[in-house]
Design a protein. Sequence first.
Length: 64
Amino acid sequence: MPRLRKNGFILADNIFFHGQVLDQEVKGKSAKGIQAFNNLIKERIDIEKCVLTIRDGLFLIRKL
């Protein structure tokens, strides 16, 4: 985020990781990493974010 300019965008693909990050108990290193990324984005207040439920999920993120 520090290198992203104001109003810059990030598109993050595969945020549902085949639905694994939505399970009550997340298993697997990759699924846990994606879940941690999703939680980090969810908690940030210096960005706007939108989840697009296309296929395996896409995060549209804009820095304020």
